[in-house]
Write a new protein. Structure first.
Ligand SMILES: Cc1cc2nc3c(=O)[nH]c(=O)nc-3n(C[C@H](O)[C@H](O)[C@H](O)COP(=O)(O)OP(=O)(O)OC[C@H]3O[C@@H](n4cnc5c(N)ncnc54)[C@H](O)[C@@H]3O)c2cc1C
Ligand code: SF4
Ligand code: FES
Ligand code: FES
Lengths: 291, 334
């Protein structure tokens, strides 16, 4: 129990990795294959993982994010929806950027609802639509959300910035790290490469919908039991992948799990314990079936 | 990311009519179809692709894998890579395709990526991705930063003095060895062509990568029936075990009868500017017995015209060994 809470408080110290554009190749340098090496000393790990001059800038900030999900902001929280209206208008980096792009946006307002071939006769300048956005309806964790978003908004940004479901993380924003993994109609995807407006009508599940403190998914419990994280930044994505893996065609060996988990990079190198956590759940599922 | 208008096509005609308004279907296209988005959105975030209009084609009725009367297979353009890889007929009759798909990207990406999107995925050349650098493919006439720069991962076959970018797809290599046919619907109706004619060599126009014209929509890909008694295999060599593009790969489809190779189809990945079918290797194999010496001869023939760059000379030997090993594995128990 004591261990659990100290892990949770550690996990609250979310690490924001501010990746440079070239971080992809660095991320790719962190290898699942190296799981095998992690049982030697930490020094060895450091030498193996960190180049002398890390090409990425690491900014450590303390924030409220918990390991498994946003505590106190359950999907049922009516405030979550209200947020997307007024409160979130304060200038964040994102809204600042989208304001910069406003002139261009005016010319592109509203068309997701229109069908092709039909000329849109809405005069964008006259349009009552605010901030050059389009109306989008998403179903996330069984709940319907109506938002108005810039068509450029990725599913990841929509979840985090508009729906305030910040369990899904942004690592690379290019499909290379898996921190943003969510389920769409039961299949795991990289939400950073999804345009939110294309996923209307789909059933989206995020880490917040997988389990909550007090009612964890077996994979989440196994991650705690096996100490399958260090900083916790990749963890929600790892868990989303691991939960999906349970129903995917995956062989019995550790190597099979590693292969299917290779889309999730862990900068801390918690791979060995992640594999152990997943295998423990699969093992008990097999025993459950047999018994 | 530049702003764009996003629309959804509910039938192919809408998509084709929308796409036809573009001036090109190649680099610089103002209108793009979007399927899985794993390649396009990536490049849009980098401002390498700056379409003003996106047409969501994921709702078009091209999501089926169907057996053909002749024993072949028809694969819809928006079939997801994971569905294709795990399809029982693909696993049984076209193992090389299943293996190639499963060796590519990650589960998350394969769940999103589509057949046509994969066919059209663009090079991973780092200068192509970086708008601050010269790149003839991205900006014709600006030069090629890779020839004098970092080119370790780039091509050694089919290059030109204007571009040496490798085609990164694994699926394409398998499709080349399986002699797939690409089916296209455009403003002038339907047409189809062998995959060998679909991708273009860079020559002096590396910005033109395929035969596609504005409005052209890939509807499906067909595979001929599996050659009787053939076995197939995909071998991919890379810097790490998983979630990495090929340095060299080989797709082989081989029939051995009476101790002799009666039919061979060979394609290489990671080394060519397009999916690299090797008739030279096939000629060396056909009629010969399945021995290491024959495999090595075939591999040497496949790489005879290789033109290494400053950093990727190792790929010549790597690709040879890759092909020879793939041939050994595929004929082992045959
Ligand atoms: C991190 C990462 C790692 C990867 N690793 C690998 C790997 O190891 N091996 C590998 O092979 N691939 C790899 N990929 C690439 C991946 O396979 C491709 O991004 C994917 O196949 C593209 O498919 P898509 O449906 O998402 O295409 P999209 O991004 O939707 O489209 C790509 C292009 O195709 C066009 N298009 C799509 N459908 C049609 C159609 N029906 N008709 C005409 N044009 C069409 C679009 O307009 C666009 O120009 C990787 C990708 C990422 C991000
Ligand atoms: S190899 Fe091709 S894609 Fe790469 S920089 Fe040169 S022209 Fe551009
Ligand atoms: S944020 Fe890295 S894969 Fe999406
Ligand atoms: S990145 Fe820190 S636990 Fe995985």
């Amino acid at each position: 129990m004591a261990k659990k809470s100290s892990i949770a408080s550690l996990a609250r110290m979310a690490v924001t990795l501010s990746f440079s554009r070239r971080c992809g190749s660095f991320l790719r340098g962190l290898r699942w294959r190296r799981c095998r090496k992690t049982n030697s000393s930490n020094n060895h790990l450091k030498r193996d993982f960190f180049p002398t001059k890390p090409p990425i800038k690491i900014v450590i900030t303390i924030c409220e994010e918990a390991l498994v999900s946003d505590q106190g902001k359950t999907p049922e929280d009516p405030k979550a929806e209200a947020h997307s209206g007024s409160e979130f208008r304060r200038t964040t980096r994102r809204t600042f950027l989208s304001r910069l792009g406003m002139v261009g946006l005016l010319a592109s307002a509203g068309p997701i609802a229109s069908t092709l071939g039909e000329q849109s006769d809405i005069d964008p300048a006259q349009s009552p639509d605010l901030e050059n956005t389009v109306p989008v309806t998403l179903r996330v964790n069984g709940k319907k959300y109506d938002v108005r978003i810039d068509p450029r908004t990725t599913l990841l940004d929509c979840l985090r910035e508009h729906l305030h479901l910040t369990g899904s993380k942004k690592g690379c924003d290019h499909g290379q790290c898996g921190a943003c993994t969510v389920h769409v109609n039961g299949r795991r995807m990289n939400s950073c490469l999804c345009l939110a407006a294309m996923y209307q009508g789909d059933e989206i599940t995020t880490i917040e919908g997988v389990g909550q403190p007090g009612k964890l998914h077996p994979i989440q419990e196994a991650f705690v039991a096996h100490d399958a994280y260090q900083c916790g930044y990749c963890t929600c994505g790892q868990i989303m992948s691991a939960v999906a893996l349970l129903t995917e065609p995956c062989g019995p060996e550790d190597a099979d799990v590693k292969e299917l988990m290779s889309g999730n990079i862990c900068r801390c190198g918690a791979y060995q314990n992640i594999v152990a956590a997943i295998q423990s759940v699969r093992q008990s599922a097999r025993l459950g079936k047999a018994g | 990311m530049k702003t764009f208008e996003l629309s959804r096509a509910d039938d192919p005609g809408q998509a084709i009519a929308a796409g036809a308004k573009a001036t090109t279907a190649q680099q610089g296209a103002e209108i793009r179809f979007i399927a899985g988005g794993t390649n396009l959105v990536d490049f849009m975030k980098l401002n390498v692709e700056t379409p003003q209009t996106l047409v969501d084609i994921t709702h078009l009725p091209f999501d089926k894998i169907e057996a053909l009367p002749d024993g072949g297979l028809s694969i819809g353009a928006v079939v997801r890579n994971s569905d294709l890889a795990y399809h029982p007929v693909v696993r049984k009759n076209y193992a090389v395709l299943s293996e190639a798909l499963l060796s590519g990207a990650s589960v998350q990406l394969r769940n999103m990526a589509t057949t046509a999107g994969n066919l059209l995925q663009r090079t991973r050349c780092m200068y192509f991705r970086d708008t601050a650098m010269p790149c003839n493919k991205r900006q014709p006439g600006s030069g090629c930063a890779a020839i004098t720069g970092i080119n370790r991962g780039l091509a050694i076959l089919g290059t030109s003095e204007h571009c040496i970018a490798s085609n990164p797809s694994d699926m394409n290599v398998a499709m080349a060895a399986l002699e797939a046919t690409i089916h296209i619907r455009g403003t002038k109706g339907e047409r189809s062509m062998p995959i060998a004619d679909f991708h273009l060599l860079p020559g002096s126009t590396p910005e033109r990568e395929t035969v596609l014209e504005p409005g052209d929509l890939i509807t499906h890909v067909t595979l001929p029936p599996p050659a009787p008694g053939s076995r197939s295999l995909y071998l991919k060599l890379r810097d790490r075990t998983s979630f990495e593009f090929a340095l060299a790969s080989a797709a082989v489809v081989v029939t051995v009868a009476g101790g002799k190779i009666t039919r061979a189809r060979v394609a290489l990945g990671g080394v060519g500017t397009k999916p690299w079918r090797s008739p030279e290797a096939e000629a060396e194999l056909t009629g010969q017995s399945a021995t290491p010496a024959v495999f090595q001869k075939a591999a040497a023939a496949a790489l005879r015209d290789a033109k290494p760059q400053s950093q990727n000379g190792f790929k010549v030997e790597l690709a040879k060994r890759c092909l020879a090993h793939a041939l050994k594995l595929v004929t082992q128990t045959a």
